[in-house]
Design a protein. Structure first.
Length: 115
């Protein structure tokens, strides 16, 4: 497994979760230059981009999560994070970590937001 996602769970609306993505098999020199991202797929819907972060830390967000979610990375630890605040029931989905340069996907972690 190239990417390992974790941190999902059940949370009430308005709550917070922090997702983590580890890239243990990626050498640092490769990880450091790759754009990383988080995607999500809700039941019956297509997978969509949530947030991306470049090697220099420039981030982009889907309009639906802007101002509520924050993506970050720790190149020394080869980790990518997604801090999710003010969660809504419509944020319920399986969240996937993605290495854009090599098109690697993590196994997904389920986030369920109850109303």
């Amino acid at each position: 497994v190239q990417l390992q996602a974790s941190g999902g769970g059940l949370v009430q609306a308005g709550g917070s979760l922090r997702l983590s993505c580890a890239a243990p098999r990626t050498i640092s020199s490769v990880f450091n230059v790759n754009t990383m991202g988080w995607f999500r797929q809700a039941p019956g819907k297509e997978r969509e981009s949530v947030a991306t972060i470049t090697s220099r830390g420039t981030s982009n967000y889907a309009a639906s999560v802007k101002g509520r979610f924050s993506i970050s990375r720790d190149n020394a630890r080869k980790m990518v994070y997604l801090q999710m605040n003010s969660l809504r029931p419509e944020d319920t989905a399986v969240y996937y970590c993605h290495d854009a340069a090599r098109d690697y996907w993590g196994q997904g972690t389920l986030v369920t937001v109850s109303s």
